[in-house]
Design a protein around this ligand. Structure first.
Ligand code: 1CP
Length: 358
């Protein structure tokens, strides 16, 4: 029987560990040749997500190669708008698109809240299967997009750089946008609680585009709804000691470095931070901190990767509650050897700061 590695869950609860745990956002994906092959065989990305065997396989692929401390279920944040009937599709070489984007208040009024046990049952099946396959080797992360980030895709009709359509609604029809965000918050909370019931051992909320908002708008249109979700999650009770049954929640707003105090006030267990943040300035031992290597460091040579990893570990210092990660998802042209160097360096160098169990 393989060793049960729970240093990721311990760090999320700010408990002592033997070394700093590491996983990477988008750790399953196109930088792995075995992923590219699986995807070619499957035909397209959503077929992979909707087939629990393929989703489980894609989840496990990075763990076979690297000594990562957590798995994240292979899926996408856009499963919710898809289940709401917007018709998600991916065109070759392009990002996500919707056949029926949201254009008006009447479109919003017509949206219903998906029942995760039916419309999204494939995600729960993938989680149950992956937990079984993992046999406790590492914890499994469940996730969703924040209401704001989901709404950007639903209103823009796909990826955006300028967010003009959604911002136009924000300033001209704020009550319509609030109605949409509220429906999304309810949908995300139901979805994440179903993931917890299916076996997800921690939850991550990706607010990838919260950083596009002004300070005031961020609080009103993004953080407020993540706060609502955090309060609806069935996490269990957190005590002074480590509990393996507690489900910690991590909030990650890309570009949210100036708002971390506000994010902590939601009652989340951990905050994800991108590479713009100096970890030495953050409060320690209150909430855990996940991050924050610039993913492009992985284009550098061994010495560069080791040096930049060392700097982050030193910035965080000898405290509990650090989960090493990239500041955003791994790029698809990242050399595989760089990931090996990173994972190895985090585990080796961080031993100097820890003497706990795991
Ligand atoms: O093979 C392919 O071409 C599909 C590429 C791909 C992959 C591998 C997409 C389409 N989604 C995923 C998987 C995915 N997406 C995971 C799997 C688990 C893992 O991390 O290993 C996760 C957690 C996500 C989350 C996700 N999807 C986010 C939040 C994280 C982030 O990177 O900010 C976002 C914004 C999406 C939308 C999305 N789905 C896919 C793409 C290419 C995008 C981004 C589009 C854009 O930049 O606007």
């Amino acid at each position: 029987m393989q060793r049960q590695n729970d240093r990721y869950l311990r760090a999320l609860q700010c408990q002592p560990v033997d070394c700093t745990p590491i996983w990477m956002m988008r750790q399953a994906g196109r930088y792995l040749p075995e992923y590219r092959q699986l995807r070619t065989e499957a035909g397209d990305f959503m077929t992979m997500c909707k087939n629990p065997d393929l989703a489980c396989e894609a989840t496990l692929q990075p763990l076979r190669r690297f000594d990562l401390d957590a798995a994240i279920i292979f899926s996408d944040i856009l499963t919710i708008p898809d289940a709401m009937g917007l018709g998600l599709y991916f065109e070759q070489g392009e990002g996500p698109k919707f056949k029926k984007p949201i254009k008006s208040l009447s479109d919003i009024n017509q949206l219903s809240i998906p029942d995760p046990q039916t419309a999204l049952a494939y995600v729960m099946d993938a989680i149950r299967l992956t937990r079984k396959e993992l046999q406790g080797r590492v914890p499994l992360i469940g996730f969703a997009g924040s209401p704001w980030t989901l709404a950007t895709y639903m209103i823009e009709g796909g990826s955006s750089k300028t967010f003009t359509k959604i911002k136009k609604m924000l300033y001209s029809e704020p009550s319509s946008l609030h109605l949409l965000l509220d429906k999304l918050a309810e949908s995300v909370a139901l979805y994440l609680n179903a993931q917890i019931e299916a076996g997800a051992q921690s939850i991550m909320i990706f607010d990838s585009w919260g950083g596009a908002l002004s300070h005031r708008s961020y609080l009103e249109f993004s953080l407020q709804y993540m706060h609502k979700i955090v309060s609806l999650l069935k996490r269990g009770t957190r005590g002074q000691e480590y509990s393996k049954n507690y489900i910690p929640v991590t909030l990650f707003t890309k570009g949210g470095g100036l708002w971390l105090d506000n994010i902590i006030q939601t009652g989340c267990d951990a905050i994800g931070v991108d590479w713009t943040v100096d970890l030495s300035l953050l409060p320690k031992d209150k909430v855990a901190i996940q991050g924050n290597l610039d993913p492009t460091v992985l284009y550098g040579d061994r010495a560069t990767i080791q040096h930049n990893t060392d700097l982050i570990l030193k910035e965080f210092g000898p405290h509990n509650g650090h989960i090493f990660n990239l500041g955003h998802g791994i790029n698809q042209d990242t050399p595989i050897e760089s990931v090996e160097i990173l994972v190895d360096t985090v585990h080796k160098l961080s031993k100097r700061d820890h003497n706990g169990e795991s």
